[in-house]
Design a protein around this ligand. Structure first.
Ligand SMILES: Cc1cc2nc3c(=O)[nH]c(=O)nc-3n(C[C@H](O)[C@H](O)[C@H](O)COP(=O)(O)OP(=O)(O)OC[C@H]3O[C@@H](n4cnc5c(N)ncnc54)[C@H](O)[C@@H]3O)c2cc1C
Length: 365
């Protein structure tokens, strides 16, 4: 069996790794290079503090995989499990409380924390900036060694990774996928995995398959280093502002992304203004520090917030996308699921692309 994976982000690499471990011949096509997609541009927040049972299960499994494969790949992912802190204002506290009940019922260690206790954990935190929060399992991973590690792990298992190789179309015969068109060549394969993140809808269109994921653009920046004082990853769900600090002291932060019409990775001044205001309100001592770098990334989100994983109406064309702003927390487990779908024909109804296909409307009523 030969499988083509489109995209060398965390989803494509974890899928390729799981398939190759089971002896499948895998080739990854990447239109640019490894860190080009969202997997090379994100803030590395990892947590099981999710709002859906399915996502909590995937996140738990993914954290276990990260722990196991660092050794296998001989790569240090710099995974600091210093906690994940969600803070909120007003009505949003109710959302967090609801999430927290679900998380606890699934064994996630999470507890409520008041703004003054937050200041004890994060010195300099302004207790007046939020009404409260919840702190639980998670932390920050450095995305680049994760990707480099997976690349090495895949290579050792014989996965061919073709950079600068944009997939431009497919060969289809009688409703069945037969090959991938790359660089004026058609490569015969048995399965194609669409792990192209924000480009997944475009790739699906090339295959004649409908996918309703939205493109989300998110901007982020690094400000100058301070002696480390922010241990947990902090996400303000009311403003969308998030902040974490690397072991080197760099303060990394951004604002949760917004829907975009195309995969656009330009940076804007508007973002910097909004982020500076939100970040300085939460942690006033960040005021006046210089921005070292800013960048943007794009990812895709499904209509119901769950990943889209499974074979489509085009036999051999498998979706592995729609991970939203949680791809780093979910993708290692998604790779295992895709391998089961391809090798065992297993179906996961909760993630199946067919859940968005509604019966055609009739005029009778
Ligand atoms: C600023 C920012 C902050 C984030 N913070 C977090 C966070 O804290 N925690 C978290 O869990 N997630 C976070 N995310 C989301 C996370 O980064 C994504 O969910 C995840 O990286 C998606 O991985 P992927 O492999 O599905 O897609 P990508 O990493 O985007 O990979 C897709 C790849 O497909 C390639 N491709 C596209 N078209 C083609 C083609 N025609 N042929 C070949 N290759 C093609 C692209 O070049 C790209 O490399 C963040 C994202 C951003 C942008």
């Amino acid at each position: 069996m030969k499988v083509a994976v489109i995209g060398s982000g965390i989803t494509g690499l974890s899928t390729a790794h799981n398939l190759a471990k089971q002896g499948v011949e895998v080739v990854i096509f990447e239109k640019k290079t490894y860190l080009y997609g969202a997997s090379g541009r994100n803030s590395g927040g990892i947590t099981t503090m999710m709002d859906r049972k399915e996502l909590i299960e995937l996140a738990k499994r993914s954290i276990k995989i990260y722990d196991d494969i660092q050794g296998e790949f001989s790569f240090n992912f710099l995974f600091r499990k210093d906690g994940y802190l969600k803070v909120a204002d007003g009505f949003d506290m109710g959302r967090l409380e609801k999430e927290c009940r679900l998380q606890r019922s699934m064994g996630v260690k999470v507890r409520e924390i008041d703004p003054f206790e937050i200041r004890e954990i994060v010195p300099g935190f302004n207790p007046e900036s939020v009404d409260g929060g919840f702190i639980g399992e998670g932390g920050v991973i450095f995305p680049w060694p994760v990707i480099w590690g997976y690349v090495e792990g895949c290579r050792k298992l014989g996965v061919e990774i073709m950079r600068n190789s944009e997939v431009k179309g497919f060969e289809v015969e009688n409703g069945e996928l037969k090959g991938v068109k790359v660089k004026d060549e058609t490569i015969k394969v048995d399965f194609v995995i669409n792990a192209s993140g924000a480009w997944s809808v475009l790739i699906s269109k090339l295959a004649g398959v409908e996918l309703r994921n939205r493109i989300i653009k998110e901007e982020i920046c690094v400000i100058e280093s301070l002696k480390p004082f922010i241990d947990p990853y902090i996400l303000n769900i009311s403003t969308g502002v998030y902040i974490s600090q690397s072991a080197r002291g760099e303060v990394v932060g951004g604002v949760v992304g917004r829907e975009a019409t195309e995969p656009d990775t330009s940076s804007t001044l508007d973002f910097l203004i909004g982020y500076a205001k939100g970040a300085a309100e939460m942690i006033p001592l960040l005021k006046g520090l210089s921005v070292l770098r800013q960048w943007a990334g794009v990812y895709d989100a499904s209509p119901d917030g769950l990943p889209v994983v499974g074979e489509t109406e085009l036999k051999g064309f498998v979706q592995a996308n729609g991970l939203g702003r949680r791809g780093m927390s979910l993708a290692p487990a998604i790779g295992e699921i895709v391998a089961k779908i391809v090798l065992k024909g297993k179906e996961y109804d909760e993630f199946s692309p067919s859940r968005f296909q509604f019966p055609e409307r009739t005029t009778e009523n």
